[in-house]
Write a protein that binds this ligand. Structure first.
Ligand code: MLT
Length: 331
């Protein structure tokens, strides 16, 4: 969506006027879709500390975890309208507003945390940041690296596509993820993140996918028994700021936002590398049964890349965009 400044200005709330340059200290609000304790929280808290230091105590940021400020996709709308300042959310919940970002969520493009960092901080990541400002009215100022989304379910161990047959799997409202599951022979259930825990608990759905650290932060171990290590999607969780709010700030505040965002991103990368394995062991100790996909995940990879990549060339800006991403990763 193209949010024009003329449309946005009348919508700027009293709270945002308080953030206007030279008026008074701003109290920014940051939405988090996840519960406290995961990678979103770590990025948000680190950003808050760094930004408040850089803003010399003049401006503050308060975090609102657990979808308190709305479902992840709604936070993009609210930030675009300027009624929310910041949000940390999964990249798959940004794609519906800025389809070219989908190149980061095509199955099996990102194959390691290093790939994820290279893509997001390289020329392609910068281009996608510009695209989200244009398309969605929000600016990406940092990234949480959350690890591969693993498949969890309450029914049985899954190592092959045949094991997956008949299961009801929740996915975000994201076309690429829906198409990926369809390529694996099942019709997933698109559902907002905020409804997922209850749906798993009540057996409305059997399973879902999210990174280990998110599974733990959301206490999914209480309602899920089995984990399958699949690596189709590396979870990137951008920190976005409302572009209209950003443009309202003095240059020194803008600089503090950008610097704090990049430093928090570096922290997030280290946090993932130091934490993921420990969390995986904790989930196993709590009774979750963890399996690898059979045969090096071959059938999952072949089906998804063959069916899904070509389907989304147009929305990501052409096959050349995927080629650019793969080339920058040395493939
Ligand atoms: C989702 O599954 O909708 C998101 O990945 C949730 C999240 O942000 O952790």
């Amino acid at each position: 969506m193209n949010i024009k400044k003329t449309v946005l200005l009348p919508l700027i709330t009293a709270g945002l006027l308080a953030a206007a340059p030279g008026v008074m200290a701003a109290k920014f609000k940051m939405a988090l879709g996840d519960a406290a304790g995961g990678t979103q929280w770590e990025l948000g808290q680190t950003f808050k500390t760094l930004f408040e230091q850089k803003a010399a105590g003049k401006h503050t940021v308060d975090l609102f975890p657990n979808g308190q400020l709305g479902d992840e996709q709604n936070t993009v709308n609210n930030a675009a309208l300027g009624t929310l300042d910041f949000s940390v959310l999964a990249i798959n919940n940004v794609t519906p507003f800025s389809p070219s970002v989908g190149v980061l969520t095509l199955p099996y493009v990102i194959q390691s945390a290093e790939d994820a960092k290279k893509l997001t901080l390289g020329p392609l990541g910068k281009e996608l940041t510009e695209n989200t400002i244009r398309d969605a009215g929000v600016r990406i100022v940092g990234w949480a690296y959350s690890g591969f989304r693993v498949l969890t379910n309450s029914k049985r161990p899954v190592t092959t596509l045949a094991d997956l047959k008949g299961m009801v799997i929740r996915v975000p409202k994201n076309e690429i993820m829906i198409a990926t599951y369809q390529s694996w022979g099942i019709n997933p259930t698109p559902m907002a993140w905020s409804e997922t825990f209850t749906a798993l608990q009540q057996g409305v759905v059997d399973g879902q996918d999210n990174p280990y650290i998110t599974v733990s932060a959301m206490k999914f171990n209480e309602v899920q028994k089995y984990i399958t290590n699949v690596r189709y999607l590396f979870s990137l969780e951008p920190l976005i700021v409302s572009e209209s709010v950003f443009q309202e700030q003095k240059p020194d505040v803008q600089k503090a936002i950008l610097e704090a965002g990049m430093e928090a991103t570096e922290h997030s990368y280290k946090y993932l590398l130091e934490t993921e394995d420990k969390i995986k062991k904790e989930l196993a100790a709590k009774g979750m049964q963890i399996s690898d996909a059979a045969d090096g995940e071959k059938e999952f990879i072949e089906k998804a890349t063959k069916a899904v990549w070509p389907k989304f060339y147009e929305s990501i800006g052409g096959k050349a965009k995927l080629d650019q991403a793969l080339k920058s990763l040395g493939r």
